[in-house]
Design a protein around this ligand. Structure first.
Ligand code: PLP
Length: 432
């Protein structure tokens, strides 16, 4: 392996604190079967990684590579990340925000238009370091797309496991890359359970099962980028969609690491969550003020990408929200569609259902005063609307095609109720 200095030193039981060598594949603590967290040597990182070093590097998530758990250079997914942070002034106005409102736009993440490209880049680069030839995942759609594309580019064999009822765009978005798409007759939680068994028997690298400690670290880069793109400062509030709850916890970890390295001032950030009403186990816990997650047996929502009934990091996400002084909301499907349209009409960003939920959650939170309209707020938009377009069926009227002549257009224009086409419109720019 083309060695670079290794900045991560161990995998550590989140509860037990017991440390394991990162040279072996391991994903649960052998004492309490709890999750493992990657541990870093921040003293060494502080010597080698500065803001100047980061800024001198290419605009991808790998500009923070000392804070990511691979040994060599990334071998796959090296272009992922560094998506736009968009100042959302028109949306701010619509939501009554008087402070700053920003949208972190991962709907245009490379290569498969969701934030999952970040986690996959780390998981598959690490899988290759371990020598795996076959990669796989349990997915609600976006992860499968990203694993399939990244595996194709890396020449790895690929199996993706998905619930049977995903959006056609997400199924096709895996098939096109030549992946073996395994549809399971059951909700995500059953898919995930099966994948643990397959991982044990077939010894494949499952991005979010046996590679999960590495996979999850990729999400930190969304937090790093937010801080850097705000001009090396933290926002007052961040609103994050939750499926397993991992992204949220890792955004918090990212902010804490940047504080530790003194890249940003140490100030409190309130963390807010969004889930769909039809599957919102973490939000339910937050609203009750507890951290016990009651699993949802049968998720029922158009927001399929977030439909995890028994979220692996749910307990930690609920804690993360509560400890920060944030809150969580669970909009209805109708509000989600309204959220998609609001973001599209105000900012020109076409988000998938998860983005709609996040915007709708933010709207509710501003309206109820849980989220301060005067602060600096970042809304995380994590996936692209072209993958879930059927949720907008029936939302728009498409007029009949007209003949290609001016009279036909005049008639149509009048019928649209936009004015009087026959008269010359006023206030048009003069023709040169
Ligand atoms: C997977 C996913 C999330 C959330 O993922 P976590 O499991 O909570 O880390 C958010 N948005 C989209 C679009 C996703 O695909």
């Amino acid at each position: 392996m083309a060695a670079r200095k290794r900045y991560f030193t161990a995998l550590k039981g989140r509860e037990s604190g017991k440390e394991y060598s990162p040279d072996e594949v391991r994903y649960v603590c052998e004492f309490d079967f709890g999750p493992l967290e990657v541990k870093y040597d921040y003293e060494t990182i502080a010597k080698d990684l500065t803001k100047d070093v980061i800024q001198s590097r290419r605009p991808s998530m790998w500009r923070y590579k000392e804070l990511l758990p691979i040994e060599g250079e990334p071998t796959v997914g090296a272009q992922a990340g560094f998506t736009p942070l968009v100042k959302a002034d028109r949306l701010a106005k619509r939501l009554g925000v008087t402070g700053e409102l920003w949208v972190k736009n991962d709907s245009v993440c490379y290569p498969t238009l969701s934030f999952k490209d970040r986690v996959v880049s780390v998981a598959l680069s690490r899988s290759k370091e371990f020598g795996y030839k076959t990669v796989a995942c349990a997915s609600t759609g976006n992860l499968a797309n990203s694993v399939a594309a990244t595996a194709a580019a890396a020449g790895l064999e690929c199996y993706v496991f998905i619930p049977h009822d995903l959006e056609p765009g997400k199924v096709l978005g895996s098939q096109v890359f030549g992946a073996n798409v395994i549809r399971i007759d059951g909700p995500y939680d059953k898919v995930n359970r099966l994948c643990s068994e397959v991982a044990d028997k077939y010894k494949w690298a499952f991005a979010n099962v046996n590679m999960r400690p590495y996979y999850a670290e990729g999400s930190k880069t969304m937090g790093f980028e937010i801080a850097e793109q705000l001009g090396w400062r933290l926002p007052d509030n961040v609103v994050v969609p939750m499926a397993s709850g991992s992204l949220m916890c890792k955004i918090e970890k990212a902010f804490n690491e940047f504080k530790k390295l003194k890249f940003v001032d140490d100030r409190p950030v309130k963390i807010y969550g969004g889930q769909a009403e039809g599957c919102s186990p973490i939000t339910e816990a937050v609203k009750k003020g507890i951290d016990l997650i009651r699993p949802v047996e049968k998720p029922d929502t158009i927001v399929k990408s977030l439909a995890i009934g028994n979220p692996a990091d749910g307990f930690y996400a609920a804690r993360c929200i509560q400890d920060s002084g944030g809150y969580s909301e669970n909009p209805t499907d109708a509000e989600t569609i309204e959220g998609i349209r609001l973001l599209a009409e105000c900012e020109g960003i076409f988000a998938e259902t998860a983005g709609g939920v996040t915007v709708a959650a933010a709207k509710r939170l501003f309206e109820t005063g849980k989220l301060d309209r005067k602060g600096c707020t970042v809304i995380c938009v994590t996936g692209n609307g072209l993958k879930t377009k059927e949720c907008l069926d029936g939302q728009f009227t498409t007029h009949k095609a007209i003949a290609p002549n001016l009279a036909a257009f005049d008639t149509l224009f009048d019928s649209l109720g936009n004015g009087h086409a026959a008269r010359a419109p006023k206030a048009q720019p003069a023709l040169a």
